[in-house]
Design a binder for this molecule. Structure first.
Ligand SMILES: [Zn+2]
Length: 616
């Protein structure tokens, strides 16, 4: 897999036994009214640091924030020149083929982060298809090498091998190829043209705010194997493809390509950037022989990350105008020196994780997280010498950890937590570590320890506590919660832990942490066990009992600049137990919007933000 460098792969080639015959007609099922995973509203400005009203921290914000906007501004490519308005559908086809090639060229120097999270499915009489096993892939995709089209064309074998990566192959065995899930970032990297495809205009259709022209795309006879077969949606101003849906055809013998639904967002002027890909296979209707069933979400972000992190000479020589405003210049006392040292380690780690594309820059979601942490601190009279900060880890696996006074919580974990009390519970565990002085990671104050490749992040950083500290933190966390505004809502925390326990055996990949301690090990939840019996029994038939949410319902990431935002979704009534989908993967249905439109970002009403002020 020469174009991919894997930071981590859980079961790179996961295999499971399955019949090789494919259900020829299996199409991605119609989207359910699941929470929208994403939206396109842009937060065009850096959110005010949440810690602004607290004590300023001299060393951290200056360097971290100063270096963020500058490269972003330089790195946004110039929008393409406007083409004359087409008068026929044939001209539209010419335009979107051109624009597709323009996109491939524009992204050719990018190495975004690509994450695929996959759940194998089995049928449950009450709940329908439920996860039976899961797999997680995370890597950086070099979008440059794949556009070297001429080489592929000459080397027929290699070209075929690469196309195979877009699917599943091997008789009686299913192999998931991580690269395959991001295959549909483009319809056809090498031959998206009139020689290889027929284009048939179907109709106009709105996707979100965007009026689209819909075309069916079919490979011409004898144009080769593994060609795109499906539909594209083309926006009607710049004529960029904004969505692709379909598969590849024809499949080589004993192999097949899975179905994908691929969405792009207008994150920079003039370009729609591949952002989300949903894949699904499986048919649980009577008499179907094909046992293979899975659903998978692929997310792409970090387009604006510098390649290998080595292009930042310009930002490094910037001199920040920070003046020493302390009244008297004094040497640090031993305790002050210890704290400064820990601060330095914390800043190093936060900056390194951000540069590796694993941590969101400080933003909207942190305001909500910090409000919850403040609620815990104030009601427990916690007065720390340095303020506690929060940051969002951009990945799906459920985890939290803390380094110095920064609490980090993963996007996936924020997504599945059903309410603010449950969020408070997982944050309280990390706050307890901080209060108890379980400080890890001071070794990272040495800058040589920050010198590793992005792909080496998980090998070089780690914040796992010893079991004694874990138990002490859990005990302290329960004390903190019982004194807090969340004391009356701990039943919900108990329900969440019960729901997690039910799925813990099947969701090993989702529960495998990469930097912090796991919430569950060997299929058993081990976090906050004192609260696990709290609250009513888990009951799927109770439609108002929401113990855990599907993935993707709360936090959305801007794939260009990695900013995290709360998703705004209207509440959707749950009509059966199958609508609950705790911890599950669902299709994507982002509300498409043009760059700059709807830039006003307010805290999401349908989320923890709505409750965070009430404190009761
Ligand atoms: Zn811990």
């Amino acid at each position: 897999m020469r174009t991919w460098k894997w930071m981590f792969t859980a079961a790179l080639l996961a295999s499971l036994s399955a019949a090789a015959q494919q259900a020829a007609g299996s199409q991605p099922s119609a989207p359910t009214p699941a929470p929208d995973a994403t939206q396109t509203a842009q937060s065009s400005q850096q959110a005010a640091p949440a810690a602004a009203d607290q004590q300023t921290q001299p060393s951290q914000p200056a360097s971290a924030q100063a270096s963020q906007p500058a490269p972003a501004a330089q790195a946004v490519p110039a929008p393409p020149a406007a083409a004359p308005a087409p008068t026929t559908m044939d001209q539209v086809v010419t335009l979107f083929i051109e624009r597709e090639h323009g996109l491939i060229k524009m992204l050719s120097n990018r190495t975004p982060v690509v994450e695929t999270y996959l759940q194998n499915l089995q049928n449950d009489a009450q709940l329908g298809p439920v996860p039976s096993e899961d797999h997680y892939f995370l890597g950086r995709m070099d979008m440059g090498e794949t556009v070297d089209r001429k080489d592929y064309l000459k080397e027929e074998e290699k070209g075929m091998q690469d196309r195979l990566l877009g699917g599943l192959h091997k008789l009686y065995k299913v192999q998931y190829q991580p690269l395959g899930f991001s295959w549909m970032v483009y319809a056809d990297r090498t031959d998206f043209d009139r020689e290889h495809y027929d284009f048939h205009y179907q109709r106009r259709e709105f996707l979100g705010d965007i009026r689209c022209l819909v075309f069916d795309v079919t490979p011409k006879p004898k144009s080769g194997r593994g060609r795109f077969l499906g539909r594209v949606w083309v926006e009607d101003q710049g004529f960029n493809i904004v969505r692709l849906n379909g598969t590849y055809y024809p499949a080589p013998r004993n192999s097949y390509f899975f179905h994908m639904d691929s969405w792009r967002l207008n994150l920079i002027p003039g370009y729609w950037v591949p952002s989300y890909i949903y894949s699904e296979e499986g048919d649980f209707s009577a008499g179907v022989k094909n046992k293979m069933a899975f659903k998978a979400q692929t997310r792409i972000w970090g387009y604006d990350l510098k390649k290998g992190g080595k292009d930042d000479e310009l930002t490094n020589i910037r001199v920040d105008s920070v003046t020493d405003e302390s009244t008297a210049a004094q040497d640090a006392s031993p305790l002050q020196a210890e704290r400064a040292w820990q601060q330095q380690a914390e800043d190093n780690v936060v900056e390194r994780l951000t540069n590796a594309g694993l941590l969101a820059p400080e933003g909207d979601v942190d305001h909500i997280l910090q409000t919850v942490v403040n609620n815990l601190e104030v009601t427990n009279n916690i007065d720390l010498p340095r303020p506690v900060r929060t940051r969002v880890l951009l990945t799906a696996p459920l985890e939290t950890f803390s380094v110095g006074n920064t609490i980090v919580i993963s996007r996936g974990l924020v997504d599945v937590l059903p309410d603010e009390a449950s969020l408070a519970a997982v944050l309280s565990h990390e706050l307890a570590h901080i209060v108890l002085g379980h400080n890890l990671g001071s070794k990272f104050a040495f800058n040589d320890r920050m010198l590793f490749s992005d792909e080496g992040t998980y090998q070089n950083l780690g914040f796992k506590h010893i079991p004694e500290e874990e138990q002490a933190a859990d005990k302290k966390a329960v004390d903190l919660l019982k004194n807090s505004p969340y004391a009356q809502k701990l039943d919900n925390v108990g329900l969440f832990l019960k729901a997690l326990q039910v799925r813990a055996g099947a969701l090993n990949a989702l529960l495998t942490t990469h930097l912090g301690n796991p919430l569950a090990e060997g299929g058993t939840v081990n976090r906050l066990t004192a609260l696990a019996q709290q609250g009513p029994a888990l009951d799927n038939t109770k439609l108002d009992q929401i113990a855990a949410l599907p993935l993707g319902g709360r936090v959305k990431i801007n794939p260009w600049d990695d900013k995290a935002e709360m998703v705004k979704t209207a509440p959707v009534a749950i009509t059966s137990a199958r609508d609950k989908m705790p911890f599950e993967v669902t299709p994507f249905f982002p509300r498409l919007a043009r760059y700059g439109a709807g830039a006003a970002t307010t805290p999401a009403p349908a989320t923890a933000a709505a409750n965070s002020g009430s404190g009761n």
